[in-house]
Design a protein around this ligand. Structure first.
Ligand code: ATP
Ligand code: MG
Ligand code: MG
Ligand code: MG
Length: 480
């Protein structure tokens, strides 16, 4: 059955509510009181403490649609966007949680019934992964879903042991549900034949900062299913970007490009690349709009820098499609139309979002063209496959081209550079500016001392403290 993204949201919540789950609102993208985490990257983030102390959970069964960002940090999908059919920087995670209310078998039953009975997905296109050696879970699947052993695949712990990826938190083995895309356009053994739709995590442990596991007193359940991926399955598409809400945004981008007269300057002519740029813009305007709406602003450090890199990637993709000023902020209304009723911050702060996108676009476009010129010259002059790290730094420092963006553009020409080298140079310049800052601080405290001595002397000599500015001590600085 075909279901729109909106229908899927409703159906999911309805099903888990009817099974005794409390529908809780999505937590903000910037986790509250959790400096260890850049952005909320899964539904369980807001419940972290309930897994350790289930007795403090107001409801033992909870369901949410959680807004997630996976850019920066350990779970970082930024580089895959546009290329991967199923990765976004912003996505919505449908989840159900148990804080000591039900066991593995019940969790597996819920998901199986939802997929095969409520959504009527064909059983033989579903595949299951479990952790190697986890016969308990395999047995449950065979018993509950009537699956053959051959439909259950054992995976190493890199895949089937879930942890938050920051320094400490709840974790456990997991079992994942995949959908067979049955694509005829790619080889049978291509990894894109399969899409992971649902991850069911058995939260049995707490991992501390040294990666040591402690068994929890009460086993809990944490599950997460990507809304956009489920939409691709239910809308019979092989790519998330071909589902209803993305099609709406991407059509909006195409129309805006031609209405603003940008199409005649198009710099990219390869069809595949054009599609990639459209997808990048759609994805990145979604994530940056949501981030700005929740108080993250472009800057050169931390969360703000992740946001800046996302926006600049979108701007560069727009530039390849011929856009100059005006494209990126004009895409916001399409995003608002899709997500505004679920994420009110988009509606409440629409002016701030548009203005921020506009000023970031205007600032970056003014240096982007020159930056790309420098890079192009360097790439065409360069016969080796390595880009000089000094160029990468100059592009960053003078033209505001984030190194990860330089990396993408260089890679298109088969050229690369060592990001670690870049980080080293960046660190050195930071050290230098810290040194000058420190020596300035030191100097000014020396000056302060001189001033104090001067004032004392004046007092002693009976000179009235008629303030005439700090001329004497500060003048000595300019003569140094
Ligand atoms: P993948 O292996 O495909 O990268 P994952 O194992 O990293 O996915 P989980 O951490 O298990 O993902 O998250 C739970 C669910 O959230 C996934 O099963 C998937 O449906 C969805 N999901 C994860 N990452 C993304 C993303 N970047 N964009 C869209 N959906 C995602
Ligand atoms: Mg992943
Ligand atoms: Mg996975
Ligand atoms: Mg997973």
């Amino acid at each position: 059955v075909y279901l729109s993204s909106k229908d899927i949201r409703n159906k999911f919540i309805e099903y888990f509510e009817s099974n005794g789950h409390k529908h809780e609102p999505s937590a903000p993208l910037v986790p509250k009181n959790d400096p260890s985490l850049l952005f909320t990257n899964a539904g369980m983030v807001q419940f972290k403490n309930y897994f350790v102390n289930p007795e403090i959970a107001p409801h033992k069964r909870v369901t949410t649609i959680q807004q997630c960002i996976r850019a920066g940090g350990k779970h970082n999908d930024l580089d895959d966007v546009g290329k991967s059919p199923r990765h976004h920087t912003f996505f919505e995670m449908l989840g159900n949680f148990s804080f000591g209310s039900y066991d593995k078998e019940q969790a597996i039953k819920f998901s199986w019934i939802f997929l095969t009975e409520k959504l009527e997905l064909t059983k033989d296109r579903l595949r299951i992964t479990v952790l190697e050696g986890d016969t308990e879970t395999s047995n449950i699947w065979m018993r509950v879903a009537g699956l053959e052993k051959s439909q259950i695949i054992e995976m190493p712990k890199e895949d089937n042991f879930w942890s938050m990826g920051n320094d400490e938190g709840p974790c456990g083995t997991c079992t994942e549900i995949f959908w067979d895309m049955k694509r005829s356009d790619i080889p049978k053994d291509d990894e894109n034949q399969w899409v992971e739709i649902w991850n069911i995590v058995f939260i049995d442990y707490w991992m501390n900062r040294n990666n040591q596991l402690r068994k929890l007193d009460t086993p809990c359940i944490d599950t997460g299913m990507g809304l956009e991926r489920l939409a691709s399955v239910l809308q019979n598409k092989t790519n998330n970007f071909d589902t209803d809400e993305f099609v709406y945004i991407i059509d909006g981008i195409k129309r805006t490009l031609s209405e603003l007269g940008f199409t005649k300057n198009q710099r990219e002519h390869n069809e595949k690349k054009i599609t990639e740029h459209l997808r990048i813009i759609a994805d990145h305007v979604r994530s940056s709009s949501l981030l700005i709406s929740q108080g993250v602003f472009p800057s050169n450090t931390g969360r703000g820098y992740v946001l800046r890199r996302i926006i600049r990637r979108a701007i560069r993709s727009g530039y390849q499609l011929g856009a100059s000023e005006g494209l990126i902020p004009s895409i916001f209304p399409f995003v608002e139309e899709c997500l505004g009723s679920f994420y009110n911050s988009l509606v409440d702060h629409r002016d701030v979002i548009i203005n921020t996108l506009r000023s970031e676009e205007s600032a970056f476009l003014s240096t982007l063209e020159r930056g790309l010129g420098v890079l192009d010259r360097e790439l065409s002059r360069n016969l080796s496959k390595n880009l000089d790290i000094k160029t990468v730094f100059e592009l960053y420092d003078t033209h505001g081209l984030p190194p990860d963006l330089t990396q993408i553009i260089a890679a298109e020409k088969g050229v690369s550079f060592d990001m670690k080298e870049f980080d080293k140079i960046l660190e050195k310049t930071k050290e230098k500016s810290r040194e000058t800052w420190n020596s300035k601080q030191k100097k000014s405290s020396e000056e302060q001392q001189k001033l104090d001595i001067f004032v004392e002397k004046c007092k002693k000599e009976g000179i009235t403290s008629k303030f005439t500015g700090y001329t004497f001590p500060l003048d000595s600085r300019s003569s140094e």
